[in-house]
Design a protein around this ligand. Structure first.
Ligand SMILES: [Zn+2]
Length: 138
């Protein structure tokens, strides 16, 4: 699966995949999940990922100043705050696009009866019943 077309529309990136489906990823989400070593940390030999401390994002951090194709397998966005070392493979974009929106509760793929098996498990506390609004598209 690879995108045929990538456009930035407002604050979202629109991805058109070669099967004809379209997905949208918020630019803020893209930046927060920047896959470069500086943002995501590097794995040690045991597979443990060390994440750097959360840094405040500067002005323009969630705005693109450019988007450059990388070798037919990825794109490299340039952010307005000057950060441009993240290379987003198609797989990574797909994962971000498929991820439930933050705070969504992971009720997306239930199918029949509501909250059967989302991505996330139920957080343990049971007082929270109404989180399954979800959004319509698959
Ligand atoms: Zn980065």
């Amino acid at each position: 699966m690879r995108p045929q077309d990538i456009q930035v529309i407002g604050e979202e990136m629109a991805l058109k995949w070669d099967d004809g489906s379209e997905q949208f990823v918020a630019l803020e989400t893209l930046r927060r999940f920047c896959p470069c070593a500086a943002c995501m940390g590097e794995k040690d030999i045991f597979g443990t990922t060390y994440r750097p401390p959360e840094r405040p994002y500067g002005p323009g951090a969630f705005q693109l100043s450019g988007l450059h194709p990388v070798g037919g397998y990825a794109v490299q966005p340039a952010w307005r705050d000057g950060h441009n070392t993240g290379i987003y493979s198609w797989e990574w974009l797909r994962r971000l696009a498929d991820a439930p929106a933050e705070g969504g509760g992971g009720c997306g793929s239930g199918g029949g009866g509501g909250c059967g098996h989302g991505h996330g498990h139920g957080h343990g506390h049971d007082g929270h019943a109404g989180g399954c609004g979800g959004h319509g598209h698959a």
